[in-house]
Design a binder for this molecule. Structure first.
Ligand SMILES: *Cc1c(COP(=O)(O)O)cnc(C)c1O
Length: 415
């Protein structure tokens, strides 16, 4: 099996002395497992029965007719269990952890999607689970905290730094440096020190392998594959079987947020990103003049990480993957378009890809096809989408719920 710790100049394992041992042990265990057909047989069995694979490829028929250009197809990855592609990687790493004899899992989470997937998988495999999450994110993403705890995970609030994802990552590393004899760190995207970028892509490439079969079955002339890019795991998994080929075009869509300017977006590959070494790997980051990580913004909580995985940075530099950005408003419009036309709700992250697919299809001929990866479904976003798209009804609903709770509490106190 081909294994990479560097992708061009990007990647590597820039960790302190204490973390060298667990990182190298993991690298060895991953290479052993990846070369063992029994491991993949087990992965496929869990994928079929627990994740719900394969996920369908849907022809967005009404949208295509409306636009009048290339056919738009949607890889329905959001139908995977727990609502997004994150579960593919969580299952793969949990199986690996079990094979290594680890009994405890730690993870970082930002929006909570990776935490939910990890907590679900730990419940299934009987592993102890602790998820580090910034205090700010805990406040913003209460519903996901509820699911993680229901699955039996311990959610630990992180109060250092900006109290968001990067601080949660730091806490997870701190834990791991003391706990690695029995603990696996289940990292959530195709970034971090080697072996994570290569390993996470490999677990996610189940998306692309299915897609390859589905494209052949439908006999599509695919012009481009489009995916949103946070750390890069859904995009790389989706692109994987096509990377070494000349076609189709591979397009990554970053969070354009509210527009240009520091703190307004999370676009690292379309101008503002700089080469740096952050949190264990060399790649493109949004950094200020002192080399500090910048603040970011996106309406989608899963796309606002300031760094990008090393393989995508390399594929961007070589030109194999093209990068573009979609604004918050473009993503919200795309959510509405696909919901009205197709009865499908894109996650806000995935809707960045959806927006680009709509734009691109309009410029192409009818014989072509564009496939967008719907990395997640939008149910989880109701607290954001509803306040953006229908604020009045949404807030009066929340106010009524809160009032009812208060009055129940009072009558309980009286009784
Ligand atoms: C986490 C997440 C992303 C971003 O992560 P990648 O590693 O870039 O895929 C995108 N879409 C959804 C639905 C997510 O939950």
């Amino acid at each position: 099996m081909k294994y990479n710790d560097y992708f061009g100049p990007y990647g590597g394992r820039y960790v302190g002395e204490v973390l060298r041992k667990p990182v190298l042990e993991l690298e060895q265990a991953y290479q052993d497992a990846a070369g063992d057909p029994e491991f993949w047989k087990e992965f496929d069995a869990v994928a079929a029965t627990f994740i719900g694979r394969p996920t369908p490829l849907l022809f967005a028929e009404n949208t295509t007719r409306q636009i009048g250009g290339a056919k738009i197809y949607i890889k329905m990855e959001g139908l995977a269990h727990t609502g997004a592609h994150k579960i593919n990687n969580a299952v793969g790493q949990a199986l690996l952890a079990r094979r290594m004899g680890k009994t405890r899992i730690i993870a970082e989470t930002g929006a909570g999607q990776h935490g939910v997937a990890t907590a679900a998988v730990c419940a299934k495999f009987g592993l102890t689970c602790r998820v580090y999450m910034g205090e700010v994110d805990i406040r913003r993403q209460r519903p996901n905290v509820f699911w993680m705890e229901l699955f039996g995970a311990e959610v630990v609030p992180v109060s250092s730094g900006t109290r968001t994802l990067k601080d949660a990552v730091n806490e997870a590393y701190r834990d791991w440096s003391e706990s690695f004899p029995d603990t696996h760190y289940l990292l959530g995207s195709a970034l971090g020190p080697s072996p994570y970028p290569d390993m996470v892509r490999e677990f996610q490439s189940v998306i692309g392998r299915e897609l390859e079969t589905q494209i052949a079955r439908e006999g599509l002339d695919v012009e481009a594959l489009v995916a949103c890019v946070g750390g890069g795991s859904n995009a790389l998994g989706f692109f994987a079987p096509f990377i070494d080929k000349e076609s189709p075009r591979l397009i990554g869509v970053e969070a354009g947020g509210r527009g240009r300017g520091i703190g307004e977006h999370a676009a690292r590959m379309t101008g503002e990103g700089r080469l740096g070494i952050v949190q264990g790997y060399k790649s493109m980051f949004l950094l200020d003049d002192e080399g500090q990580v910048q603040l970011t913004h996106s309406v989608s909580a899963g796309l606002d990480y300031p760094g990008i995985g090393p393989q995508l940075a390399h594929l961007g530099a070589s030109g194999r993957v093209e990068f573009t950005r979609a604004l918050d408003t473009d993503a919200l419009e795309a959510v509405k378009t696909f919901a009205r036309n197709e009865g499908v709700v894109f996650a806000l992250e995935s809707a960045h890809g959806g927006a680009e697919a709509l734009r691109l299809a309009a410029s192409l001929g009818k014989e072509k096809a564009v496939v967008v990866n719907m990395s997640g479904r939008g149910d989880k976003d109701i607290f954001i989408s509803a306040r953006e798209l229908d604020p009045e009804n949404w807030f009066s609903f929340l106010a009524r719920e809160a009032a009812e709770y208060e009055s129940q509490k009072k009558s309980g106190e009286k009784a």
